[in-house]
Design a protein. Sequence first.
Length: 80
Amino acid sequence: MERQKEEALALAAQHDSISPIRSWLTIWAGEVEIERRPDLATRRQAAECAAQTLDREDPRLREAMNELRAVVNEARQAAA
């Protein structure tokens, strides 16, 4: 997260725009929401574990990736 924050700040300065900072804040707020809510943290952990252990050809990999995306989207919406 720290590296992403630094990159966002550098881009903001380079382009004279706060858009990169806003984008980073959205990501950060989503991460905070996931850590704050045990249900989301558990879902993310299970999906990450599945994604790391499944073969690329396994259709369950797509399900795990969809679940990761759903967790992140739910967290960002809740934080907004």
